[in-house]
Design a protein around this ligand. Sequence first.
Ligand SMILES: Nc1ncnc2c1ncn2[C@@H]1O[C@H](COP(=O)(O)OP(=O)(O)OP(=O)(O)O)[C@@H](O)[C@H]1O
Length: 236
Amino acid sequence: MIEVKNLVRTFNSGDRTIKPVNDISFELEQGTLASIVGKSGSGKSTLLSLLGALDKPTSGDVVVNGVSLASLPDGKLTEYRRRDIGFVFQQFNLIPNLTALDNVMLPLEFAGVRKAGRVKRAKELLEQVQLDPDKQLRRINRLSGGEQQRVAIARALANEPKLILADEPTGNLDEQTGDHIIELLSSLSRDHNTTILVVTHDRALANKTERRFRLQHGKLAEEPARARAGTVAASA
Ligand SMILES: Nc1ncnc2c1ncn2[C@@H]1O[C@H](COP(=O)(O)OP(=O)(O)OP(=O)(O)O)[C@@H](O)[C@H]1O
């Protein structure tokens, strides 16, 4: 379970102070698939960075399964990022001159998984995201944007993190591949009890999440609940 408590992040911009995250509080039960929508510049990436401990809040706290991130020293925060979180961020780049397979194997190496186990698991993950088998040994810089996106998702899943934070996970994908990724995220939350928070402009994706939030003027408002992807929405 993730509890966000009175989170604030301010930035100084010249003589102005902006507050893209202005006293935000919410809770997500373990296994929830949730989305955040909002205009460009509304603070979505800032909020995700705080949840992923890539950035520190000006005030407030994020409590993950009872552990307060504000109370953790930097070393423990690095461990939290590596072990507990899967990032699907555009700026959280894959390593361009390594193959798709090597990129997915990397977090498994950090986690101490032996080579044979790493290869097997990375291949399974790349199959799950439907990357052509003949592209597994291609270097990242020779894959299309959508293929890279799928490798990034496979890498994020490698350590079976409790929480996946995804910034526009369907952003570079055609409709069919995007739909497949939506189904994949949905089944992960449902079958593996992974909490998934996606930031998206993709209405099809947002509409399939169980909880939907809108970020506006530094505040997060929840929109009415929907059924899970793959289930028929109950009529209101
Ligand atoms: N390190 C920083 N220093 C100063 N201002 C920043 C910094 N990071 C973000 N901002 C500002 O905070 C606001 C929120 O930015 P953020 O990237 O979180 O928006 P976003 O909703 O993710 O936008 P987009 O949809 O375009 O990616 C913007 O006004 C941005 O310019």
